[in-house]
Ligand binder design. Structure first.
Ligand code: LUZ
Ligand code: MOS
Length: 756
C-alpha cells in the first residue's frame, strides 16, 4: 500500500495552492506588518505606496465591510491592526498589485508612526502584570496538601521548554476568485477550511454560503495551518471582494517565519512528592504558557497540557494550574502534540530531579509509577489497558537495556571525551479534540455509472496520507481495487461545518464517515443484486469486484451491478456523518471521558556526546508503539519516523530566540534556525508495532489507532539521554531542565560557562 501522492510528488505534478493556474487579471498581495512589538499607532501613511507602479489598491482596517475579527475561541484578534500593534509582524495593510514584485516593492513606501510601549516577551513577567488571556485553570484530584506531609521526598524545581517553528515546506498561501454576485471561491493552504470560510464571511459581512473554500493538499502543516492559515486566506477574500479581481497571496519564507506563531514556550514550576521507595504520591505543577499577543488556540493548548500533566504515570494527588500569558510575540499556536509535549517534559524533568536527589535510578522511578489498567487520570477517565507498561517492558527487551547500560558504563569509563547516554521515554496521548463538539466529520460518496468511486470528506491531505487511508477503507467496503477510488479536494460546499484536520483524529473520523456512506450505498446495491439474481440479500456480498452468493462468485460484476442499479433509478450517492461515540467532558468539574482512547508506547534513546565540542549524535532509538491493528504500516512508520525526529529537533537544536527588548525574532532565517537534517537522523531507528487494546467498533479506524501526534513525544527522550551522557562526564553537570539542549548549552554546562 503506497502513499498515492508519492508518484505525483516525485514527478513534480502535485498541485499546491501557489501552483494553481492564476485566472487572467489576478492581483498579487503583499502584507505590510508592524515593525514594532507593541505600541499605539499615531499615523499610517499609504499615499506614496499607492502611487507605486502596478499598485491597484491598499487595504487597511477601515476598508473591512464586516467585523475586523478573526478570533476563533476568544474574540481578541483583528485581521488588520487598528489603533494598537501587539507584535512584530502583525498585519496592518494589504497591498494589491499587478505582480508580486510590484506589491512587495510598494511595502517599502508605507510608513507608520507608533508611540512605542514596553513590550513583554516573558510569560512570567506577563503573569505578574496580570496579562492573562483567560483566568487560570486548574485540574486536580486527591488532596495534595495532605498527601505532601506523608512524602519521604519532596522535590521542587522549574522546567522550561522553547518554542518551535513548524517549517512546513509550503509557506502560507491562498488564492481567491470572485464569482457571481458576492460569491467567492478561496483556495487555501489550511487545515481548517470551515474556519477559513466562517471567518472570511464574518470579515466581509456575508452569509457563510457565499464563501466556498477548497483545499487540494498542503505541503506540510504540523498544526501551523490549523488557525494561522486563516488571516492570509481572508486577506485574499477581502481583496477579491473589494476589487472584483482574483487575489493571490503566498508568503515568502522569511515573512512566514516572522509573521506566524510557533509552538508555545512554557516555563513551569513543579513539586513532586514521593515515598521512600520512589512511588509518586503528589504532583503539583504551574504552567506559564507564552501565548503571544492574541489567544489563537492557546486556551485549548493549555487545556491539553492539563490533560497530560501526569504524562504516562499514575499519581493519586494532583493539582495542575495553567496560565495563558499574553506577551508581545506573534500568537503561538497549534503544533503536533498541542501542549502535551510541554507538559510531559516537565513531568520527566521532575522525575529526573527526584532521581538526582534520592539516588533512585530514574528508570526505576519511571517504571514503578507507570499507569496500570483501571487507574484513573486526574480528569477522571479510566485507563483501560496495559499498553504503557507492556510497551516499556518490550522496549527494555528489544533494546537490551540492561546489557546496553553495562556497555555504556564500560565505554564511558574507557573514553575521556566521548560519553554515551541512554533514556527511557514512555508516552501516553489522548485521542480526540478536547473540545468535544469538534469530534465530528462527514463524507460524501458517489459511485459513477462506470463503477469508479469519488469520495469527499472534511479531511485535509497534508502529506500524512489521510487520503490513502480513506481510499483503502472505501475500496474495502466495495471490494474493488484502490485505484478505482478517488479522494476529491476538501471543499466546504461538499462537506460543511467540518473540524480542522488536527488532533490526530482526521483519519479516524473522516474514515469512519466515508465507511458509513460506502456501506449505505453497498446496501442499496446488494438489494438490487438480490432482485437481479433472485436470491436472498443476506447471502450476497461483494468480493474481488464481483457479487458473491455465499462462497460462490455470481455472474454479476461490480461494473454490471452499478450500471443495472443506475438503470433501476437507484441512488448511487450517499452522505454520512460521524460523531466519536462515548466522549464527554464537564468543564465545571474538569472531569469526564474526553478521549475516545489513548495511544501509548515507549522509546529508548541512546546518544554519544563529544564533551570537548558539545556536539552529539543520536546513535539509536528503539520504539515500541501500540498502534492497534494497523491499517497502513508504511504510512504509520513514516509518521513515527517524522514525528520522532521532529520531537528530537525540538529538545536539541531548534532554538528560537527573540530580542528581549524589541520582541523581534532573531532566528528568522534557516541559517540561524537549525532543524534536524538527514545527517543528524539517528543511525538506527527500530520501530516495533505491538498489538494491545482492542477498540470497540466505530472507534479508531477499522481497529487502527491515530498516529499523527503521539510519536512526537518519543523525541523528548533525546534530551534526557544527552543529559545522562553529560553526567557521565561530570556528575556536577547541572541539570537546569531547560530545552532545547543545544550543542552550545552542552558545552557551556560542561565547562561551567554561561550559555548566554
Ligand atoms: N486542536 C484542537 C488540536 O482544536 N483541539 C485539540 O484538542 C487538539 N489536539 C491536538 C491537536 N490539535
Ligand atoms: Mo494539530 S497540533 O493541528 O493536530
Amino acid at each position: 500500500m503506497k502513499h498515492y501522492d508519492a508518484m505525483l510528488h516525485v514527478k513534480g505534478q502535485s498541485v499546491f495552492t501557489a501552483d494553481m493556474r492564476e485566472p487572467a487579471g489576478t492581483l498579487h498581495a503583499a502584507v505590510f506588518t508592524s515593525p514594532f512589538a507593541y505600541g499605539k499607532v499615531i499615523s499610517l501613511d499609504i499615499s506614496s505606496a499607492e502611487t507605486q507602479p502596478g499598485v491597484v489598491r491598499i487595504i487597511t482596517a477601515e476598508d473591512i465591510p464586516g467585523e475586523n475579527q478573526i478570533g476563533n475561541i476568544v474574540m481578541d484578534e483583528p485581521l488588520l491592526a487598528e489603533n494598537t500593534v501587539h507584535f512584530t509582524g502583525e498585519p496592518v495593510a494589504v497591498v494589491l498589485a499587478e505582480t508580486r514584485c510590484q506589491a512587495c516593492n510598494a511595502l517599502n513606501f508605507i510608513s507608520m508612526e507608533v508611540e512605542e510601549l514596553e513590550a513583554v516577551i516573558d510569560p512570567r513577567e506577563a503573569a505578574r502584570l496580570g496579562e492573562l488571556i483567560v483566568p487560570p485553570r486548574t485540574f486536580s484530584c486527591g488532596n495534595t496538601e495532605k498527601a505532601i506531609r506523608k512524602c519521604a521526598h519532596v522535590i521542587r524545581g522549574t522546567a522550561e521548554t522553547g518554542g518551535q517553528e513548524h517549517l512546513y515546506l509550503e509557506t502560507q498561501s491562498a488564492l481567491c476568485v470572485p464569482g457571481e454576485g458576492d460569491a467567492l471561491h478561496i483556495t487555501s493552504s489550511t487545515q481548517g477550511p470551515s474556519f477559513v470560510q466562517k471567518i472570511a464571511a464574518g470579515v466581509l459581512g456575508l452569509p457563510i454560503h457565499l464563501v466556498q473554500v477548497d483545499v487540494v493538499r498542503l505541503g506540510g502543516a504540523f498544526g501551523g495551518k490549523e488557525d494561522q492559515a486563516t488571516p492570509w486566506a481572508v486577506m485574499t477574500a477581502l481583496g477579491a471582494h473589494l476589487t472584483g479581481r482574483p487575489v493571490k497571496l503566498v508568503l515568502k519564507r522569511h515573512e512566514d517565519l516572522v509573521n506566524t506563531g510557533k509552538r508555545h514556550p512554557y516555563s513551569s514550576d513543579f513539586t513532586l512528592g514521593l515515598d521512600d521507595c520512589g512511588k509518586i504520591l503528589v504532583w503539583e505543577v504551574d504552567y506559564y504558557q507564552n501565548s503571544g499577543a492574541v489567544s489563537d488556540l492557546s486556551t485549548a493548548i493549555l487545556e491539553r497540557s492539563l490533560f497530560h500533566c501526569t504524562g504516562s504515570y499514575f499519581i493519586p494527588n494532583v493539582r495542575a494550574t495553567g496560565y495563558c500569558c499574553r506577551t508581545n510575540l506573534a500568537p503561538n499556536t497549534a503544533f503536533r502534540g498541542f501542549g502535551g509535549p510541554q507538559a510531559m517534559f516537565v513531568m520527566e524533568a521532575a522525575i529526573h530531579k527526584a532521581s538526582v536527589e534520592t539516588g533512585i535510578p530514574v528508570d526505576h522511578i519511571q517504571k514503578m509509577n507507570l499507569m496500570k489498567p483501571g487507574e484513573r487520570f486526574p480528569y477522571g477517565m479510566e485507563f483501560p489497558c496495559d499498553e504503557i507498561r507492556s510497551s516499556w517492558n518490550l522496549a527494555e527487551e528489544l533494546a537490551h537495556t540492561e546489557k546496553t547500560r553495562r556497555n555504556i558504563r564500560k565505554f564511558n569509563s574507557d573514553s575521556r571525551y566521548l560519553k554515551k547516554g541512554i533514556s527511557m521515554m514512555p508516552v501516553c496521548f489522548g485521542i480526540s479534540f478536547t473540545s468535544t463538539f469538534l469530534n465530528q466529520a462527514s463524507a460524501l460518496v458517489h459511485v459513477y455509472t462506470d463503477g469508479s468511486v469519488s469520495i469527499s470528506t472534511g479531511a485535509v491531505e497534508m502529506g500524512q496520507g489521510v487520503n490513502s487511508r480513506i481510499r483503502q477503507v472505501a475500496a474495502d467496503v466495495f471490494s474493488i481495487p484502490v485505484k478505482r477510488t478517488r479522494v476529491e479536494s476538501t471543499n466546504t460546499t461538499r462537506n460543511a461545518n467540518t473540524s480542522p484536520t488536527a488532533a490526530s483524529s482526521a483519519a479516524d473520523m473522516n474514515g469512519n464517515a466515508a465507511q458509513i456512506a460506502c456501506k449505505e450505498i453497498r446496501g442499496r446495491l446488494l438489494e438490487v443484486a438480490s432482485g437481479i439474481l433472485d436470491c436472498k440479500v443476506e447471502n450476497l456480498h461483494l468480493k474481488h469486484s464481483n457479487v458473491w452468493n455465499g462462497e460462490k462468485a455470481t455472474d454479476l460484476s461490480w461494473n454490471q451491478l452499478v450500471m443495472k442499479a443506475y438503470m433501476n433509478r437507484t441512488d448511487l450517492s450517499s452522505h454520512a456523518h460521524y460523531a466519536t461515540p462515548g466522549i464527554h467532558f464537564d468543564k465545571t468539574t474538569e472531569k469526564g471521558r474526553p478521549f475516545a482512547y489513548h495511544v501509548s508506547g515507549t522509546a529508548v534513546t541512546e546518544v554519544t556526546v563529544d564533551c570537548m565540542l558539545g556536539t552529539y549524535r543520536i546513535d539509536r532509538v528503539n520504539v515500541v508503539h501500540h498502534g492497534g491493528s494497523l491499517l497502513n504500516p508504511l504510512l504509520d512508520r513514516g509518521q513515527i519516523e517524522g514525528a520522532l525526529l521532529q520531537g528530537i529537533g525540538w529538545v536539541t537544536m531548534e532554538e528560537l530566540a527573540w530580542d528581549s527588548r524589541s520582541g523581534r525574532l532573531l532566528a528568522d532565517t534557516l541559517a540561524t534556525y537549525k532543524v534536524p537534517d538527514i545527517s543528524f537522523t539517528p543511525d538506527e531507528v527500530n520501530i516495533h508495532f505491538a498489538e494491545g487494546e482492542k477498540l470497540v467498533d466505530g472507534v479508531g479506524l477499522n481497529g487502527s489507532k491515530a498516529i499523527g501526534e503521539p510519536p512526537f513525544m518519543y523525541g523528548i527522550g533525546a534530551w534526557f539521554a544527552i543529559l545522562n551522557a553529560m553526567r557521565a562526564s561530570s556528575s556536577e553537570a547541572s541539570p537546569d531542565y531547560t530545552a532545547p539542549m543545544t550543542p552550545e548549552k552542552v558545552l557551556m554546562t560542561l565547562t561551567g560557562g554561561n550559555s548566554n
